[in-house]
Design a protein around this ligand. Structure first.
Ligand code: T46
Length: 138
C-alpha cells in the first residue's frame, strides 16, 4: 500500500508557511524514528529495497526527487517536489529514489526503529515475498 497525502499547511502571520502531521491523526501509525537524506547530487539513485513491516511517510521539503514504487505487479513514479505533499509507504513495496535536483532533501518519519532484518534488498526475494504474502492472504 502507498498513498499520497496533503500535509496540513498553514500560512503564518510571519513570512512563510508551516506544515505538520501527527501520529494516529494524519498518519495511522506511531512515529518512532525520523531520518533524512541530504548532500545528494542530481541523478543519484538510492533505495532498491522493500520492507516487511515498516510504515513510513516520505516528504521533500526542498528540491525534487522521483520515487519509483513497485508492488510486485505495477510500477508507478511519484515526484516529490512540494513540501506540502507526503507519500505514505506501507510494507512490501519496492522503492527506488532518483534525485532530480542537487541537494534535494528526503525526510522520512517511520513507524519502527532501524532494523536491518526488516529490509528485503534482493528483487527476486521481494517478488517471492509478495507472492507468499498474497497466497497467505496477508
Ligand atoms: C527507505 C528509504 C526511503 C541506519 O543506520 N539507520 C537508519 O535509520 C537508516 C534509515 C539507515 N541506516 C543505515 C543503513 C545503511 O548502512 O544507513 C545506511 C544507508 O541506508 P540505505 O542504503 O538503506 O539508504 P537508502 O537511502 O537506500 O534507503 C533509506 C532507508 O534505509 C529506507 O528504509 O525506505 O530511505
Amino acid at each position: 500500500m502507498y498513498k499520497i497525502i496533503n500535509i496540513n499547511t498553514i500560512k503564518t502571520e510571519k513570512e512563510g508557511e508551516l506544515s505538520f502531521f501527527q501520529s494516529n491523526d494524519d498518519v495511522d501509525f506511531v512515529i518512532n524514528r525520523i531520518y533524512y537524506i541530504h548532500g545528494v547530487k542530481k541523478n543519484t539513485k538510492r533505495g532498491k529495497h522493500a520492507h516487511k513491516k515498516l510504515q513510513q511517510i516520505l516528504f521533500c521539503p526542498y528540491g525534487s526527487i522521483d520515487i519509483i514504487l513497485d508492488d510486485g505487479y505495477d510500477v508507478r513514479v511519484i515526484t516529490l517536489d512540494n513540501p506540502t505533499i507526503g507519500l505514505i509507504i506501507g510494507p512490501a513495496i519496492w522503492r527506488e529514489m532518483i534525485w532530480k535536483v542537487d541537494d534535494s532533501v528526503l525526510c522520512v518519519a517511520a513507524s519502527l526503529l532501524y532494523d536491518e532484518s526488516d529490509y528485503i534488498r534482493d528483487y527476486n526475494e521481494f517478488k517471492n515475498y509478495v507472492k507468499g504474502t498474497k497466497n497467505n492472504g496477508d
